[in-house]
Design a binder for this molecule. Structure first.
Ligand code: F6R
Length: 602
């Protein structure tokens, strides 16, 4: 979603901002802009479309030692030049970029700015106009900014330039992520460390409702009440090469290929010196103390949660409910006495999930976040965290984070099951089984040619597609359909195959692609019966079956892995099918339309 970069130093900020915005492209955006402050003026360049278009827009000799940049994912007002950030106050004194949503912007407009014309349709503009209004009433910039912040309801990460001040950049946040990167004779601001990792690996976290005064040689953090806050910088472990594509045409392909290595890395990260899989004892005790687990997540992470429920219930024998975050927050189920909330989130920043975390914390319940991003908001705010160790996931379509989430959940389930003395968990040699998964994944990512061929035959020109599954294959079918939808724009549905005849089979017509996933012995013949039913109605059916349950004539065979871990293998051909279907249809795989990687608004 929207991204921010800011710089103050002794060199030209232009390239820092443009390079930083390029690194934030993966988050999803539809317009971008920068502002560069020289001695006495501020140059603003902005453009609908890509950073490459913005680069054309910025004059070659543009210069400023202070600058702010932004990628915008439209919420209030369509993607356009006028709505792109930065936005300026009427006199041009103040320039800001903003991520988030100001919920009370129309109330603030009515109360303070009724006579002031707006240059855009954005909620952001109200912020910069208020700052100018309060400054014109005699407040200093810091006071005007603080007063404005105290009036805002909603989420924000803001960077502010005052054209009358050559020494300062201001920043603040509430709910939306923002970090300060520190260096010698310069400081940077970014919504994601990745954007500025070339400049520094030293970062200071900003907390909600703090204001930050950033100079070339220092950073001052204050609460909105003016109390100074001391906070040490931490070293980001991110490696600049982790965020490069290398020789891959797309991040999605690179990240799909990385999955065997990620699984091996997770095994290592959760193994003790004796080679046993372990999880922090406080987390295990927390799970043992709970009488019901609620997994809360969105999108692909929600699909991983569904697989996690199966793992936890089978291996640890604790009842689990899985919830879509955006629903859970507003329609809570009846809770038991000692529920534990597990938030699954690749980015650790998803606003829908965070609002649930905030709510359950207020209610006094315990929480665990499973995330790929150390230091992210949900990482910091939950009682406990398990990290995924998957390395940065840049492609909008999540691949390696999904498999890493399932692997992490299998680790948690097994360790808790063993702590309870359960035989199934004790006899489950997880490290070995995950090793087998990693090998199977390697075979699968090496099968690109055949998967590309299947994608061409079944998905290249279709309007719609169905993925069928039963048992845990149904959860993977849902993930397969989501992957296909988001990057190829084919209307796809993941379906419990037994449910087809209760209505949906009406959609099957001559040539409709139906892809069936079969990995479980117990449902092999039922789902093959459902495939016959759709074939009889003209469907173009394709079976992806696991070794052991496969039959002659199946279009694709998935190498065998343990029956509890089959999603880790069966999802890989589905990810690749989506990838190649998108390529066949000429879609921009890494930047699908309308989507954002990190969804920081509710
Ligand atoms: C799909 C995808 C999304 C995310 C969802 C939650 O490929 O990536 O569905 O899974 O937006 O994001 P996180 O996991 O960051 O909370």
């Amino acid at each position: 979603m929207c991204g921010i970069v800011g710089f103050i130093g002794t060199k030209n900020a232009k390239e820092v901002l443009l390079n930083g915005l390029e690194k934030l492209e993966y988050r999803g955006y539809d317009s971008a802009g920068i502002a560069l402050k020289s001695q006495d003026s501020v140059l603003v360049a902005k453009e609908k479309g890509r950073i490459a278009d913005l680069r054309e827009e910025v004059p070659a000799d543009a210069f400023g030692e202070i600058g702010i940049g932004h990628t915008r994912w439209a919420t209030h007002g369509k993607p356009s030049h006028a709505n792109a950030h930065p936005h300026q106050s009427k006199s041009g004194r103040y320039t800001i970029v903003h991520n988030g949503v100001i919920e009370n912007y129309s109330l603030l407009t009515d109360e303070y700015l009724a006579d002031v014309g707006f240059a855009s349709d954005t909620d952001t503009e109200v912020i910069v106009l208020l700052i100018e209004l309060f400054a014109s009433q005699g407040l200093t910039t810091k006071q005007a900014f603080t007063k404005t912040l105290s009036l805002l309801h909603g989420s924000y990460a803001i960077c502010l330039i005052d054209n009358q001040d050559n020494e300062t950049l201001y920043a603040a946040k509430n709910k939306s992520p923002l970090l300060i990167g520190t260096g010698k004779d310069f400081n940077v601001i970014a919504s994601d460390a990745m954007a500025v990792i070339r400049e520094t690996n030293q970062f200071i976290e900003i907390m909600d409702e703090e204001i930050v005064i950033v100079k070339r040689d220092g950073v001052t953090i204050e609460t909105l009440d003016g109390e100074e806050v001391t906070r040490e910088a931490y070293t980001a472990t991110l490696d600049a090469s982790d965020i490069e594509k290398g020789t891959y045409p797309h991040y999605m392909l690179k990240e799909t290929d990385e999955q065997p290595a990620v699984i091996r890395k997770i095994i290592q990260a959760y193994q003790n010196e004796e080679g046993e899989i372990t999880v922090d004892g406080t987390i295990v005790n927390e799970v043992l103390a709970s009488d019901r687990i609620h997994i809360v997540a969105c999108g692909t992470s929600y699909h991983a949660g569904l697989v996690g429920k199966n793992l936890i219930e089978k291996l640890a024998q604790i009842p689990v409910e899985v919830h879509v975050s955006s629903e859970f927050g507003y329609n809570m189920p009846l809770l038991s006495e000692k529920p534990l909330f597990i938030f699954i989130t690749q980015s650790g920043e998803t606003a829908d999930s965070r609002q649930v975390l905030v709510k359950v914390k207020e209610m006094g319940y315990r929480s665990l976040t499973i995330t790929n991003v150390p230091g992210s908001t949900l990482d910091r705010e939950a009682d406990h965290t398990m990290h995924l160790h998957a390395g940065p996931e840049i492609a909008v379509a999540s691949t390696k984070a999904y498999t890493a989430q399932i692997a992490a959940l299998s680790i948690l389930a097994t360790v808790v099951g063993r702590a309870k003395g359960l035989e199934t968990a004790k006899q489950f040699d997880l490290a070995v089984e995950l090793g087998i998964v990693a090998n199977a994944m390697e075979t699968l990512v090496d099968s690109k040619e055949i998967i590309e061929h299947i994608a061409g035959e079944y998905l290249a020109t279709t309007r719609n597609a169905f993925f069928l599954g039963r048992h845990i294959d149904y959860f993977v079918a849902m993930e397969a359909a989501l992957k296909l939808k988001e990057i190829s724009y084919i209307q796809a549905e993941g379906f419990a195959s037994g449910e087809l005849k209760h209505g949906t089979i009406a959609l099957i017509e001559e040539g409709t692609p139906v892809l069936a996933l079969i990995t479980q012995e117990s449902i092999n013949w039922n789902i093959r019966g459902n495939v016959k039913e759709v074939l009889a109605r003209g469907a173009n059916a394709c079976i992806l079956a696991m070794e052991g349950v496969n039959q002659p004539g199946d279009q694709f065979v998935i190498p065998k892995v343990h029956e509890l871990l089959t999603p880790l293998a069966s999802v890989v051909p589905c990810q690749l099918l989506a990838y190649y279907a998108a390529l066949h249809r000429g879609c921009d795989v890494d930047k699908p339309r309308n989507l954002a990687k990190s969804v920081t608004v509710e």
